[in-house]
Design a protein around this ligand. Structure first.
Ligand code: SAM
Length: 760
């Protein structure tokens, strides 16, 4: 076989470099002499060999560029810039004309010579090669960007070099560093290396005068405030089986508050790469949040004083809570992949224009995801999220929603439709112009088969509803299955969920959950709220403050213990817990939820036992809805609860709350009708009947009103409405309200009002 000449030449250059690195040793007395001795024989081959070796350069430059984009007249000093290869690399992410001046400073004559040649060949006019020591070099103007790319470990007096950089850094400037590294014996979790790693790599590089110890990073962080870091292992050419540790790091002057320099995410010590619990697949289970935020809103009444704790799940609802104005939202999940998904959603909203975000999370496909990811998103993601999305970037090639646990389900639905040539059925169903037509189509086909429950349907259902499929595809755990089985068969449970959803919730205009399940994407007018353009614009501003949304990977109760909350969204995760853990959770809720604060949860059981535990922990517990009726657009749980922490202002007595609930609950006509239904003491009108149908409509219209922001617990609606009724109407309300609101033992007896004992 004849090899092309340049391949042979390339390999011979690499061998030359390797020989210099491994065998040449140290020559010369001064630092400069040693470097000249080391680099002179390999200067001509430097760029080729280092391209596959210095892995941190390009991403560190991209992370700096992402923070500088949009500015002009910048000054960049590349300390220990060698052959000026970094300038070439930077030109791929940032137009070099934004730099008024670029200094490539290097102490080694041979490398400076190669750099000068490069400047000439590229025709760069704003690049100056300076043969000087990084410890003393002084630029004409303060530098907006100072980089040390694989040079800090080679500078013996690193403190002087860092001090010099800090001295010449502009007020709003940043310092970017990438280099090899070994940790201290006890270091931050993301940086920690084992004894062998520390001993081996430090010893190996030491031969060439390169000092990999932790001191340089410690001093950097002593002098500057870190805004970004990424730690990894990188391959070494021609040395199989070993990977050298390296890092990227960006810092700014302490106390500087320029917006795009904010640290995202929080320090590595807070956001270290969490381990995936063994039961979880190596990806997320939910690509969107499977709880209806529209119903949550009504119960939670989020406001600017709220500190909210929620499970992360698909992350859409956490973004929704920020949009609704909560002061701080803490999203926590035990599965790191759920955190990485939310991190990506958050940073995409902050960094990208609407159309890019729509492609990624509306269509689930972005043809330029890799480029956007490297240049705009990676520089602001945690280390875990960068690693995860680097491995999973193909998700955006063939559809985000076809991946993860739930993605398997969506793929299966699509495959089944293809095999049975029923794609048109899906299209017709999700595009049915009215709810009525959707219902007709459903019950003429799938709905009908489900109800008949013949042998074929039962066998198919067995495959879909077995514990393995339900866990890995729908995130339904064993504990939850047992809860369902105690009250019903899984088959009936699923049929109830699907049939009543098809009957009551319009897939074309409103039910984005099942729409995504059937089509693998959202539509512009049927999507989670963060994908609506106006909401997106607000969120872009809101999320830019890193305090508004904290994303944590840990057990729920651990995050609950960290601060006081006004609202806590347990989702359905209490169904997953053993009694011991439920007790720990309830004790934490008791301590950490402020008086008057609210806890909401959903369960696969109509009356989960743990509701009592929450009640005992000092909450007024109200079951808002059950699966006896259509619950919400997700409609796959059996009950929805709120617990109100005792000791807060009394809801029934709060004038404010009464008006708010009342106004929000009723449309204008219904308010009038309620006013008419009053005995007329206030408005002087005679009483008119207000029957169960009116009540139902009142509540439904409030529930379906997207503008609705009032609180809407069953108890509140019930008590507020009762205040406006008297005589026969009040009597009817008390009797019929029982059918609409399950208030448990809070539901007043029919004769209570006659005895003047109407206490809720
Ligand atoms: C591994 S090379 C990296 C070169 C370049 N930054 C890159 O990423 O390709 C390290 C460079 O640091 C330079 N260097 C080491 N000590 C220096 C000092 N005190 N002042 C300026 N340059 C120095 C070396 O000459 C060498 O070019």
């Amino acid at each position: 076989m004849v090899w092309p000449v340049d391949v042979v030449q390339g390999i011979s250059q690499d061998v030359h470099c390797l020989a210099s690195i491994l065998l040449r040793g140290n020559g010369g007395k001064s630092h400069k002499e040693r470097l000249d001795f080391f680099y002179a024989p390999q200067a001509h081959a430097y760029d080729r060999f280092r391209a596959n070796f210095l892995h941190g350069r390009q991403p560190m430059l991209a992370a700096c560029a992402a923070r500088l984009r949009g500015s002009q007249g910048l000054v960049w000093v590349d300390m220990g810039g060698g052959t000026a290869e970094n300038v070439d690399m930077m030109s791929h992410t940032l137009d070099l004309s934004v730099f008024q001046k670029i200094y490539v400073v290097d102490i080694c004559s041979a490398l400076c010579e190669v750099a000068r040649q490069k400047v000439k060949n590229r025709g760069w006019k704003n690049v100056e090669i300076v043969e000087a020591d990084a410890c003393t070099f002084t630029p004409e103007d303060p530098a907006t960007l100072i980089t040390f790319s694989y040079s800090l470990t080679m500078i013996p007096d690193f403190m002087a070099a860092i001090d010099n950089a800090v001295q010449h850094l502009a007020e709003d400037g940043i310092v970017g560093v990438s280099d090899f590294f070994t940790s201290a014996k006890y270091d931050l979790p993301n940086r920690q290396h084992s004894y062998i790693q520390r001993w081996f790599w430090r010893g190996l590089f030491d031969v060439d005068g390169i000092d990999l110890g932790p001191e340089r990073r410690l001093y950097l962080e002593h002098q500057l405030e870190p805004v970004y870091e990424y730690n990894a292992l990188g391959k070494i050419p021609y040395l199989p089986f070993v990977q050298a540790p390296y890092y990227q790091w960006i810092g700014r002057r302490r106390g500087h508050t320029k917006k795009n320099l904010a640290r995202f995410p929080a320090r590595a010590s807070d956001e270290f790469e969490a381990k995936r619990p063994p039961a979880f697949p190596p990806t997320f289970l939910y690509s969107l949040s499977w709880e209806d935020p529209r119903e949550d809103d009504k119960v939670l009444n989020i406001n600017k004083d709220d500190t909210v704790l929620t499970l992360t799940s698909g992350g859409c609802n956490a973004l929704d809570l920020v949009y609704q104005g909560a002061r701080q939202v803490v999203a926590v999940d035990i599965n790191p992949a759920q955190s990485y998904l939310l991190e990506l959603k958050r940073i995409a909203v902050i960094r990208l224009p609407f159309e890019d975000v729509w492609s990624m999370f509306g269509d689930g496909v972005h043809p330029k995801f890799e480029k956007l990811f490297k240049e705009e998103l990676t520089p602001f993601l945690s280390q875990g999220a960068v690693n995860f999305w680097t491995r999973k970037s193909h998700y955006f090639r063939n559809g985000l929603y076809y991946h993860g646990g739930m993605g398997r389900l969506i793929r299966a639905v699509r495959a089944l439709a293809r095999i049975t040539r029923q794609q048109h059925w899906i299209d017709n169903l999700v595009n049915a112009p009215t709810l009525e037509m959707q219902k007709e189509l459903w019950f003429a086909t799938v709905g009908k088969w489900l109800l008949r429950a013949n042998i074929v349907t039962r066998i198919s259902a067995f495959f879909v509803t077995n514990p393995i499929v339900l866990w890995f595809c729908a995130g339904v755990c064993k504990g939850q299955l047992n809860l369902i089985r105690k009250e019903d068969s899984i088959y009936n449970y699923v049929v109830r969920c699907l049939n009543s959803t098809a009957e009551c919730s319009h897939l074309r205009d409103s039910n984005y959950f099942y729409r995504c399940c059937l089509t693998g994407k959202f539509s512009r007018n049927c999507c989670p709220r963060f994908l609506e353009e106006e909401v997106f614009k607000t969120l872009k501003v809101d999320l830019a403050s890193d305090e508004r949304l904290l994303i944590r990977t840990t057990a729920f109760v651990e995050e609950l213990r960290k601060r006081m909350y006004t609202k806590v969204i347990l989702m359905d995760h209490v169904d997953w817990l053993e009694q011991g853990d439920i007790d720990i959770l309830c004790a934490a809720l008791k301590d950490q939820v402020k008086p008057g604060g609210r806890v909401i949860w959903r369960s696969a059981s109509r009356s989960p036992k743990y509701a009592k535990c929450i009640e005992k922990a000092g909450f007024d517990v109200i079951r808002i809805t059950t699966s006896d009726q259509y619950m919400d657009r997700v409609n796959m749980y059996a009950s929805f609860y709120v617990g109100i922490r005792k000791g807060g202002p009394k809801i029934e007595e709060s004038e404010d709350m009464t008006e708010k609930t009342f106004a929000a609950t009723c449309t204008k006509n219904e308010c009038e009708k309620l006013a008419h239904a009053d005995t007329g003491e206030s408005c002087g009108r005679a009483s008119i009947p207000y029957g169960p149908a009116d009540l139902h409509r009142t509540v439904e219209s409030a529930r379906n009103n997207p503008q609705f922001r009032g609180s809407l617990t069953a108890l509140e609606i019930f008590t507020t409405t009762a205040r406006h009724l008297q005589g026969e109407n009040l009597h009817n309300w008390l009797v019929n309200g029982r059918q609409l609101f399950n208030l448990g033992n809070r539901h007043p007896q029919e004769d209570q009002h006659k005895q003047g004992k109407l206490v809720f």
